[in-house]
Write a new protein. Structure first.
Length: 341
């Protein structure tokens, strides 16, 4: 960022709480949290899909995040925001489970295909899509849409997958048959085939441009799938503990940006520790702290290459006073340029 002027030399005795000569110059103004990046046109798309997991409630996630004030928060940063409503989804009570190794796969693929079309339309209109899930199987639709749009322009995309889980099971390796544990496998071409082949091509993203951040609960079979897929940029919570969030994020964004038009950010709220995000479908202790999560989003905003964003697995049924949805709105704001100062 540029500065107004070079600051005068400081002495150890300089304890003045505010020094105007050190103020950071923002495009939106000075200080008080205004966004520091060019204003965007943003389109909110809800995907209230809960067929991908056994625990009900994430279908209400888009409404919870909207109620938490997402549109107003983004507009306060100078962005132009429209809400496209929700993608129509099937109800579990009206459909057959199908193959127990990939439950409701047909209905999930149909929803993700419609979602992908909405994402392509948003990008064609020159706006940034923000997807509200829903369980994490919606990522197969989001990334398919982003990848298809850029494929038409002979470009590749990167993927930042932020999650307590790697979600890289296949119908052959999944212990539950829940498709919300398979979207990354689909995007990398491992299957399941209907989800992997949306728009008729696979994989949607190259393994060298795929980054997994914050994992701490990986099935034994998923470890082999990560190796099979060729994904080498995997940063566990131990990596974050030892190396720090900034170093991890800088390495991650470098990998996702290499030779691509930019990257999609897929954020599962269970990445954050349940102390701060209690309302998620599959909570796992030992996650990112409140400040670590914000720092990751702030670094993404500073990098400026985010093509699209999704927030998934907000479950109001088990949340506490909408805390998780409130945090989701805060993190989206940070990803779109909200600053402390």
């Amino acid at each position: 960022m540029s500065r107004i002027a070079e600051p005068p030399a400081e002495t150890p005795e300089d304890t003045t709480p505010h020094n105007p000569s050190r103020a950071t110059k923002f495009q939106g103004g000075y200080g008080n949290g205004v966004q520091a990046h060019p204003a965007r046109q943003i389109r909110i798309i809800g995907v209230p899909l809960d067929l991908g997991q056994s625990r009900r409630g994430v279908d209400m996630g888009p409404s919870a995040v909207r109620v938490a004030g997402l549109e107003a928060k983004l507009e306060s940063l100078g962005h132009q925001v429209t809400d496209a409503g929700n993608i129509a989804v099937a109800l579990a009570e009206t459909k057959a489970v199908g193959d127990q190794n990939a439950r409701y796969l047909k209905e999930i693929t149909e929803t993700c295909t419609k979602e992908a079309e909405a994402v392509v339309l948003a990008l064609t209109d020159g706006v940034t899509p923000v997807i509200l899930g829903g369980d994490h199987s919606v990522a197969a639709g989001t990334v398919s849409g982003v990848a298809e749009f850029h494929r038409r322009h002979h470009q590749k995309i990167g993927l930042i997958w932020i999650d307590a889980h790697s979600d890289i099971n296949t119908p052959d390796t999944s212990p539950s048959g829940n498709v919300h544990g398979m979207p990354l496998a689909a995007l990398l071409g491992l299957g399941p085939a209907p989800l992997a082949n949306i728009y008729g091509f696979s994989p949607k993203v190259a393994p060298e441009n795929t980054v997994i951040i914050g994992v701490r609960d990986i099935d034994a079979t998923e470890k082999e799938n990560i190796r099979r897929a060729g994904v080498t940029h995997v940063y566990t919570m131990r990596d974050i503990d030892e190396r720090g969030m900034r170093t991890v994020m800088e390495d991650a964004l470098r990998a996702a940006s290499q030779g691509t038009a930019g990257y999609h950010v897929s954020l599962d709220m269970d990445w954050i520790d349940p102390e701060d995000a209690p309302g998620v479908g599959t909570p796992v202790r030992g996650g990112a702290t409140y400040r670590e999560a914000h720092l990751a989003m702030e670094i993404i905003a500073d990098n400026g290459k985010m093509l699209s964003l999704e927030i998934v697995e907000v479950n109001p049924v088990i949340d506490e006073k909408n805390r998780t949805a409130d945090l989701a709105v805060e993190l989206i704001a940070s990803a779109f340029g909200k600053k402390i100062l």
